[in-house]
Design a protein around this ligand. Sequence first.
Ligand SMILES: Cc1cc2nc3c(=O)[nH]c(=O)nc-3n(C[C@H](O)[C@H](O)[C@H](O)COP(=O)(O)OP(=O)(O)OC[C@H]3O[C@@H](n4cnc5c(N)ncnc54)[C@H](O)[C@@H]3O)c2cc1C
Length: 441
Amino acid sequence: MSLQINALTSAGFSGNIVLPNSEAWTDATQAWGAQSKRSPKILWLNQENLDFAVRSGGMAESQSDGAIIDLCFLDKVDYDAANNCFHLGPGQPWRNVYKKQENMPVTVMGGRVGFVGVGGFTIGGGLSYLANLHGLASDSILDAQIVLADGSIVRAKDNDDLFFAIRGAGHAFGVVTELVVRAYPKPTSVYGGFILFGLDKYAAICEHIADLAANNADPNVNAMVGLVRMPPAMDHIIILMPMVFGSPEYAKEALSWAWKLGPLQDLSSPVSYEQALAAQEMFVQRPATTTTYQQNSIVVSRLTPAVMQAALKWQVDLHKDPRFYGAAILIEPFFPGAFTPKDNKGNAWPHPRSFYVIEPFIEGRDTQPGRAEEEAELLRACSKAVENAADPGTILSKYPNYALVGTPAIDFYGENLPRLQAIKRRVDPKNRFNKGIKIIA
Ligand SMILES: Cc1cc2nc3c(=O)[nH]c(=O)nc-3n(C[C@H](O)[C@H](O)[C@H](O)COP(=O)(O)OP(=O)(O)OC[C@H]3O[C@@H](n4cnc5c(N)ncnc54)[C@H](O)[C@@H]3O)c2cc1C
């Protein structure tokens, strides 16, 4: 190893060198889900055949046995008031960005959980709390700096193809080293938190959420539903997560049905935008190094009670098997007209003006060979069960940021895939950027 380090330094490498068996190495190579943990050897990218992965927040498939290009030092947060935009380093978690925006009246379309990385989130779509108001985070990209496989440095705004590609498929074309994203007014009056219900209320909640999904006229009124199990008895619990930008009175009127249903516990209240974001981190902790984590998505253009019931049934059935302690589902309604009107040409991920996402995920404690594949198969089965319950013709492309490893690219990019493949052949002919969704199989 020391010979290799000497070779690096004598070749003029002046960056940080992180050695195995150090704390920094453990941290830099830790995956969010232990099933994708690898043992990288060294940073040396001029080797033609060295496998590598680019990593921003490390929440997804950014692991390699060869090298990891860890962007954690790319952490700038510069506000350009004149142009109403932020210049962001992609290698930091969103919580860094929110911390620096604490005393500003503006914010960006960032992750709902502060651990998530700016880079992967934004170039894979990006569903934030502000999605119903302003669309996807990738819709808010104004420009980006990208280092291509041949070492050239380009700006996205000067290249229509790359500008298109990094809006939903940005993992596959180069290293995005800077993102320029639009700034938006930070909500000043927020009603958020959690309202907990027993399973007996699920049918009624499905009816109300389906009604909200179809008829909500105010993008300031948002509500997500989580299906989880809670200690000590590990009962199935429904968590309603209101996120209303308005007064508490307005929130209670807009979602009055929630309180009328009789919650088990009401943990909702007026909060600041920062508190609303921090609350998510109370629920979502960084998993242990041995915990596997995989997710999937089902995206529909009509959210029906039948679809939501199929999701719950999958989860309840799964938990009859005591080995699966950590399966949960999130139902995310994005309301009519939330997203930029698209002819699918401007954004690598084809999405209509509204859609609804069902996200099942499994955390496992067992990293025995074959186990991760078994869990992936369960997630595929969930996808099938929910899609079978959807109204005909309402199933849309899967969401890139919730990609289950092994899902074919066509399931995410649909009619945009041929264009993405043509761009890929031009800018990365040797397919060096081959982690995550495979644009070229
Ligand atoms: C607990 C949790 C909460 C989440 N919450 C949300 C949410 O609220 N909304 C949402 O939309 N998604 C959410 N996600 C999904 C998340 O957006 C994706 O997992 C996303 O890929 C994470 O980005 P990252 O930078 O952390 O991951 P990474 O693993 O670092 O990167 C993901 C992929 O992008 C590539 N990549 C990363 N950075 C770059 C770069 N700068 N240039 C080129 N390629 C790059 C990587 O190689 C990898 O293939 C959540 C995931 C988890 C685990």
